[in-house]
Design a protein around this ligand. Structure first.
Ligand SMILES: [Zn+2]
Length: 105
């Protein structure tokens, strides 16, 4: 008795690409999330060259309105940034630079 059962992969639900049927050729009227454009699913904290562009000079995370990042990616972005900070890839605050030195009397 041979029972050779081969699994051909789980029949999970297919994901549709957001956007609906048909490929429209629209250039971005609105500001579109930079990560969606590049089709990035997971924002990697090691990719800090990319994500640091979404930080302000004062090492704050850019608000959504400004960066145009969608909700989904904004969330991942902030998480990635926080991780990157933790690993000292990115600064916590600009005050680090200013804190010491000339403030003596
Ligand atoms: Zn996005």
């Amino acid at each position: 008795m041979n029972r050779a059962q081969e699994r051909r992969g789980p029949p999970g639900p297919r994901r549709r690409d957001a956007g609906g049927p048909g490929g429209r050729r629209f250039y971005n009227r609105r500001k579109v999330c930079a990560f969606c454009v590049d089709k990035i699913k997971d924002i990697d904290y090691k990719d800090f060259n990319r994500i640091q562009r979404f930080m302000s000079e004062r090492a704050r995370i850019a608000p959504r309105r400004r960066s145009g990042t969608c909700t989904k990616h904004q969330r991942m972005l902030s998480l990635a940034l926080k991780r990157a900070r933790h690993l000292a890839l990115l600064p916590f605050a600009a005050e680090h630079v200013l804190s010491m030195g000339l403030a003596s009397r």
